[in-house]
Design a protein around this ligand. Structure first.
Ligand code: SF4
Length: 371
């Protein structure tokens, strides 16, 4: 079989310093990593570990958990010990949980200086503890909890305000010779968010965690995140991403993976190339595409499957893919690596494609194992 094509770069990547979130490098030449956040109560260790396991299977590489109470802080050590991926503690309001998270061995701590009282006074202590444990800090600025001083200066959460807030907070850590930092500046408006990250990208070399905050329900949130991350990543900006959806976190991971795959920043797994159908379609393309997609879900090999409605572009696309069907006259011509291997009646298209896909996947896996 043919080796999988390597991801193609989308543009020159911004040069950022590299940090390590547990065993996951972030920044520098490290691949852009995918994050999500648990929706479980952190104090419920079993439920949280269960969700982390599901997220990991879906492709999540770094996971964040909220720490709003002492019970949550107390649960961190057990979660960190058993999680298959690095765990970041998300701390608002209470600096004492920052120290608890560092002590618990969290791979990083996210702080939102905008809502930690007397944050400036605490920075020295946090920097010392984090440095001692080798724990990086994410400075997470949010439009909704912007520093009062900057809110007064700018009137609202403008890109300049978000950027200035983040850089100011970095400078507090830098005074204590602490630079093991990554930054996020989130806003619910992709236009503001994109501009804030562009400013930040020029002003510093810290790795950047991309996020559109409160992006909304699945459909809207997916579009907003894809547009914003796409614009920035195509400019080489962004080292790790978190899609925020008002939907189960596993959806965030799938969307994040699809965004990176679309930009060639992550090796594709299954890709369905299907036509939108038009007046020429001679089969039900939507149903076909959905059924093939569902039948092949979870497939680990980078397989490209073309599902085309008619003979205009059908044979061409089907030929370019690993596997494909071009339909016409109630029949499907099945292509494997450019050659028609058989023609089947419409009712057998889906099962034939799935069968062939499984066979090709086995071959690819065997080749992979041999090389
Ligand atoms: Fe229309 Fe055929 Fe193109 Fe599908 S492949 S959009 S059916 S012309």
């Amino acid at each position: 079989g043919m080796p999988a094509a390597p991801p193609r770069p989308v543009g020159t990547r911004r040069v950022s310093r590299q940090i390590h979130v547990g065993n996951v490098p972030v920044g520098g030449d490290a691949p852009v990593s995918i994050q999500s956040m648990c929706t479980t109560l952190t104090s419920d260790v079993n439920a949280t570990l269960q969700q982390i396991a599901e997220l990991t299977t879906a492709g999540c590489q770094i996971v964040r958990v909220a720490v709003p109470s002492q019970d949550d802080a107390d649960a961190l050590a057990a979660i960190v010990r058993k999680s298959p991926i690095p765990v970041i503690a998300d701390i608002h309001f209470q600096p004492k949980y920052v120290f608890a998270a560092i002590d618990a061995g969290c791979a990083a701590v996210r702080v939102n200086p905008g809502n930690i009282k007397q944050f400036d006074d605490k920075v020295g202590e946090i920097a010392r503890a984090a440095k001692g444990a080798g724990t990086p800090i994410r400075i997470g600025v949010n439009a909704g909890s912007l520093d009062k001083r900057l809110l007064e200066k700018y009137g609202k959460a403008t890109p300049e305000a978000l950027c200035e807030s983040a850089l100011w907070e970095c400078s507090l850590f830098e005074e204590h010779d602490f630079r093991d930092i990554k930054i996020s500046v989130k806003h619910n408006d992709p236009v503001i968010m994109i501009q804030a990250y562009r400013l930040l990208a020029q002003a510093c070399d810290y790795p950047l965690h991309l996020g559109v905050t409160e992006a909304g329900p699945a459909f809207q949130g997916t579009v907003k995140s894809a547009v914003a991350f796409g614009a920035l990543l195509a400019e080489g900006i962004g080292d790790t991403i978190r899609v925020s959806l008002s939907a189960p976190p596993i959806e965030e991971v799938k969307v994040g993976a699809a965004i990176l795959e679309s930009l060639g920043l992550k090796e594709r797994r299954l890709e369905i190339v299907s036509c939108p159908a038009c007046g020429r379609a001679q089969v039900d393309v939507y149903t076909l595409a959905n059924e093939v997609s569902a039948g092949l879900e979870g497939m680990e090999v980078p397989l490209r499957v073309a599902v085309m409605g008619c003979v205009v572009n059908g044979p061409g696309e089907a030929r370019e893919a690993d596997l494909g069907v071009a339909s016409g006259n109630g029949k499907g011509q099945i292509f494997v690596r450019g050659k028609v291997i058989k023609t089947v009646p419409e009712a057998q298209i889906v099962e034939t494609l799935i069968e062939e896909a499984m066979r090709i996947a086995e071959e690819m896996e065997a080749d992979g194992a041999a090389s």
